[in-house]
Design a protein around this ligand. Structure first.
Ligand code: 5GP
Length: 201
């Protein structure tokens, strides 16, 4: 009766969006995660095809030219993009798709798919963000500084989102996002009107 919804989660690096997505997926059988492609190097523990599809720059550019991405952006000097085919296939069969993408990507999805649900996750404070970034492996001090500087710009973009969730208590943040998805997915505007009458008889 309804197409699945696109749930876009943005947050500064280190605000916990990967963990939030993992927990959301464990709770909801109607939700799939869109695995992005990136040219950045894998961090310790990250597996190709699980966290990301890790690609070389030339391959990434070939896929852009082929129109394989729903959106793509350069973030922290690396390419990131959302593969189109997976998202289209899942939403057509009524499953929701969550994607953890940056502010540029979120805005470009909004232009293409006005029904997308945009959620911005805030860290409890900049201090908390800094210590989470410093704790995370696989990146030097320069990388941490770049991500922190970028975070300030991203925080200013939160006002363009539909919802803002503070990740102070992880379980609470996950519950709030799950509630947002449920309410949004039941909106009358998502219903194909031709299905409404048969559903009532
Ligand atoms: P990280 O390198 O920390 O995994 O991600 C860096 C930034 O790139 C994050 O803000 C993340 O949400 C964003 N990102 C990850 N995948 C995509 C994508 O497919 N498209 C866009 N536009 N941003 C992405």
């Amino acid at each position: 009766m309804r197409n699945g919804a696109l749930l876009i989660i943005s947050a500064p690096s280190g605000a916990g969006k990967t963990t939030i997505c993992r927990k959301l997926l464990a709770r909801r059988k109607d939700l799939r995660y869109s695995i992005s492609c990136t040219t950045r190097a894998p961090r310790p523990g990250e597996k190709d095809g699980k966290s990301y599809f890790f690609l070389g720059r030339e391959e990434f550019k070939r896929r852009i030219a082929r129109g394989d991405f729903l959106e793509w952006a350069i973030v922290h000097d690396e390419y990131y993009g959302t593969p189109k085919r997976f998202v289209d296939g899942e939403t057509k069969t009524g499953r929701h798709v969550v994607m953890a993408i940056d502010v540029q990507g979120a805005m470009s999805i909004r232009r293409r798919s006005p029904g997308a649900i945009l959620v911005f996750v805030l860290p409890p404070s900049l201090g908390a963000l800094k210590s989470r970034l410093a704790r995370r492996g696989g990146q030097g001090a320069d990388e941490v500084a770049k991500r922190l500087a970028n975070a300030r710009g991203e925080l200013a973009a939160a006002k363009n989102y539909d919802y803002v969730v503070v990740n102070d208590d992880l379980e609470e943040a996950v519950s709030q996002i799950s509630c947002i998805l449920t309410a949004e997915s039941l909106k009358t505007s998502r219903l194909d009107p031709s299905h409404l009458v048969p559903a009532l008889v």
